[in-house]
Design a protein around this ligand. Structure first.
Ligand code: ADP
Length: 474
């Protein structure tokens, strides 16, 4: 069998820079793949990345890249971690920003050229080094398949992974010239999208294969409800589209070996000690009351409008509630205002990896009322930490959370509370089912123990990716 050499490109990679699940995947998937093939990960070197902490060093290569009629200075940096080589692209326009893509309300105005630079620099790597596969993730590197098609000397095959179709990288048509793109691509079959330029369409149209991060989401995006206007275009390319569920890094998300926890644990007794610690630290009362946790980006996608509308009713029940997230100001303001009325509600604004781990360890239930969810990682982390997910049955949540009513201890997958519909009643019913179950520990605890034992690592899904790489070359 040919040993693949993979260039894995992503705009965010844990632990260097993270805004969501893409960063987790871009760390843990290459680590799993490195057991079977050569993997090099390439990402932007944002100014907030701690170079010293991670041993990131300049690799001595400084050059200029010509895009359209402008030259941009580029510097390569590199480091090695857990068997994976990392290359970092430094260019002032791309790197010298406070956020990855922009403040919560909007993307930066120059994102087209910022990530255009990233795509052109990836092309430099492909020209100068031999990779059998370029694995490109989300719109931030989606121009690469188009650029490869215009450069026949590059034989590298491309896999384009859609982690979230809602973020497409669409820009004014004037960026065509700025990005040095030939007008022939500005068509319905190419990258034109309602009078704009779509990076996402370039990835879909010109890559050898496309996948999303769960089989259900791969089907959903072919429909108007989930297709974000690209359903017709995706239908056209459906022959090369598949879905593979994400795994989690089981070293990083392991309650037994988690050094962010006050009490690492392997059983529900140890978990209770973490719950007690969290409640005490946050002046919440009632170890025997259910602790319901929401962790995630505060956006409409994650069901924030629903969460906010049911929160007062939820907070009046015998429970404690914790919300950890960063995102839109309007949601933060509503959460703060509800939080000020209910002493059993804790709001933690911002991004805090340690607190997230402690919350998974403390939680009885992890609540995910997402409107759509390409895969979702929180439910997998919840399983590992003995918290029961309460999820809307969409996308990857439908693929990874089996309903508790069908609990089978011989199953290899995890179980949780699933609900359909988008009415407040549907969501509150699911919460009430969670409370009923919480009162029946003899039913609940075996399910939690089963979930904690399941394998949510990348082992199986990495094989799926290796298979897709092989298919790209066929
Ligand atoms: P997304 O749509 O944001 O990519 P995922 O479920 O795929 O959602 O992944 C979310 C990841 O980010 C999980 O590891 C989750 O624990 C983490 N996360 C989200 N928000 C925060 C936060 N405010 N602080 C710490 N971790 C967070």
């Amino acid at each position: 069998m040919v040993k693949e050499s993979v260039l894995f490109a992503s705009s965010e990679v844990y632990p260097f820079a993270k805004s969501g699940g893409l960063a987790d995947v871009s760390h843990s998937l290459p680590c799993a793949l490195a057991k079977e093939c050569d993997v090099c990960v390439v990402m932007p070197l944002y100014r907030f990345i701690d170079r010293e902490k991670f041993g990131i060093k300049p690799s001595g290569k400084t050059f200029e890249i010509l895009i359209g009629s402008n030259a941009y200075p580029i510097q390569w940096y590199e480091c090695r971690m857990e068997g994976v080589g990392y290359r970092f692209v430094y260019s002032p326009l791309l790197s010298e920003k406070e956020y990855l893509y922009g403040p919560p309300e909007a993307g930066y105005e120059d994102n087209a050229i910022r990530f255009g630079i990233f795509n052109y620099v990836i092309m430099e790597l492909l020209k100068n080094e031999k990779f059998s596969i370029a694995h490109l993730n989300d719109w931030q590197c989606a121009l690469v398949p188009l650029l490869i098609k215009s450069n026949p000397s590059i034989r590298t095959k491309t896999l384009y992974t859609i982690h979230n179709l809602a973020y497409q990288g669409t820009f004014e048509p004037s960026v065509m010239e700025m990005l040095g793109l030939d007008e022939v691509h500005y068509t319905l079959d190419g990258i034109e999208f309602y009078g704009q330029v779509s990076f996402m369409k370039a990835g879909i149209a010109y890559s050898d294969r496309i996948n999303t991060v769960s089989p259900t989401y791969a089907q959903e995006i072919l429909t108007p409800e989930f297709g974000c206007g690209l359903e017709g275009f995706l239908q056209l390319h459906r022959g090369k589209l598949t879905g593979i569920v994400n795994g989690i890094d089981t070293d990083h998300f392991s309650p037994a070996n988690d050094d962010t926890l006050k009490v690492p644990y392997t059983d529900l007794k140890g978990k209770r000690a973490n719950k007690s610690g969290y409640l005490k630290e946050n002046k919440l009362k009632g170890i025997d009351k259910a602790l319901i946790v929401f962790i995630g980006r505060l956006t409409w996608q994650k069901g924030m409008d629903m969460l906010i509308s049911i929160l007062p009713e939820l907070a009046r029940l015998e429970c404690n509630i914790a919300v950890l997230g960063e995102g839109e100001i309007r949601y933060i303001e509503s959460l703060e205002s509800i939080g000020s009325e209910y002493p059993n509600l804790r709001l933690h604004c911002g991004y805090d990896e340690t607190l997230a781990h402690r919350l998974y360890a403390a939680a009885d239930f992890v609540f995910m009322p997402s409107l759509f969810e390409p895969c979702g990682l929180n439910q997998l982390i919840a399983f590992a930490y003995g918290a029961l997910p309460v999820v809307r049955k969409v996308g990857g949540l439908a693929d990874t959370v089996q309903p508790i009513e069908a609990f089978d201890p011989k199953s290899e997958g995890g179980f949780g509370i699933t609900f359909e519909g988008s009415d407040e009643r549907d969501v509150l019913n699911a919460i009430h089912r969670a409370f009923e179950l919480y009162a029946q520990k003899r039913v609940l605890n075996p399910i939690l123990r089963h979930n904690m034992e399941c394998d949510f690592s990348w082992n199986e899904s990495a094989k799926g990716y290796l298979n897709l790489y092989r298919m790209c070359r066929e």
